[in-house]
Design a protein around this ligand. Structure first.
Ligand code: FAD
Length: 277
């Protein structure tokens, strides 16, 4: 497979840096082709603004969505954006690797998503009508590709458990896994999460490395989280609500993951279980 690793940590000698190097080696040893987008090392521009297109008219009002669409359609996107889009087209699998900062991804990675997912590429794709609401949530530019998060967190696993003070990890990662990865079409694999990073010693690091290695070995065959596709009948169009006979009497993020008991949609194992070290 072609694998793109998008890495967001400012320190090459960090735990994340070590896991990045290990992942590249493991994947290449298994015969995969790997490209790395090391965002800090690239000095990636994190802010989306008028400089993201090359043909801006001086003084014209900047419209983030319409300017993005114009630049994407007319080949006037900033070169750094085009290069990342090319890497995504090339990839069969994409890994986003980052430390959890303030319960989400570092700003530089969020900025990568905002700028690379242009109008016409990451969103605004497909037919919008009373029958379809575009190609998204299981369809779209990146359909057929796999994606996985590799996340490190200072907090304990119990802090992120079903009754943990931080909220369940599945819920915290939902906007990334469902909103950022599933939206443009990725099949999203369960995340690999390393908890309590401050307590990792040599033996702990070896255990994390081995567990991550197994996940990388299975990158092509791990079952994705069975998020419900938008246009396959589970949702009512145009209000985009889940059919009342599915996930009856439940609300929240987890209703968008198909359950074995559902009468339609993909059947699966239920909400993902983060891999802990
Ligand atoms: P490092 O600090 O580089 O390493 C962690 C430990 O791993 C080291 O002490 C060392 O013992 C070991 N280690 C590192 N490299 C190796 C190696 N090569 N071999 C063996 N052992 C090694 N945490 C949360 O849970 N939730 C949050 O919302 C959150 N928000 C944060 C916001 C900010 C701005 C910051 C700075 C931190 C936040 N944290 C949060 C903590 C953060 O998630 C962790 O500090 C981070 O995940 C640790 O990853 P690192 O790569 O920086 O680890």
């Amino acid at each position: 497979m072609n694998v793109l690793l998008v890495h967001a940590h400012p320190e090459p000698g960090s735990l994340n840096g070590a896991l990045r190097d290990f992942s590249i080696e493991r994947l290449r040893d298994a015969g995969h082709a790997v490209q790395l987008s090391d965002l800090y090392a690239m000095n990636w521009k994190a802010v989306l603004d008028a400089d993201d297109s090359t043909d801006r008219q001086a003084g014209a009002r900047f419209h983030p969505e319409l300017d993005s669409r114009h630049a994407f359609e007319h080949g006037t996107q900033s070169r750094d954006i085009e290069l990342e889009q090319d890497k995504l087209r090339w990839a069969d699998a994409v890994i986003l690797q980052f430390p959890m900062w303030w319960f989400s991804m570092p700003a530089i990675l969020k900025g990568w998503v905002e700028r690379v997912y242009a109008y016409g590429f990451g969103y605004g794709v497909g037919e919008h009508s009373d029958r379809r609401w575009g190609d998204r949530y299981g369809e779209g530019t990146l359909a057929g590709k796999r994606a996985m998060l590799v996340v490190t967190a200072g907090g304990w696993e119990s802090h992120y458990g079903p009754r943990g003070i931080n909220g369940p990890m599945d819920d915290l990662l939902f906007p990334i896994q469902h909103g950022i990865l599933y939206y443009p079409g990725f099949d999203v694999l369960p995340p690999f999460v390393v908890y309590r990073t401050g307590r990792i010693d040599e033996a702990g690091f070896a255990a994390v490395r081995d567990a991550l290695g197994r996940r990388l070995d299975d990158l092509g065959k791990t079952a994705p989280i069975p998020f419900r596709p938008q246009n396959a009948g589970d949702y009512r169009i145009p209000d985009m609500t889940l059919r009342p006979d599915l996930a009856v009497d439940r609300v929240g993020f987890s209703i968008h993951v198909a359950q074995a008991a559902d009468s339609s949609g993909a059947c699966g194992a239920g909400p993902s279980r983060p891999t802990s070290s």
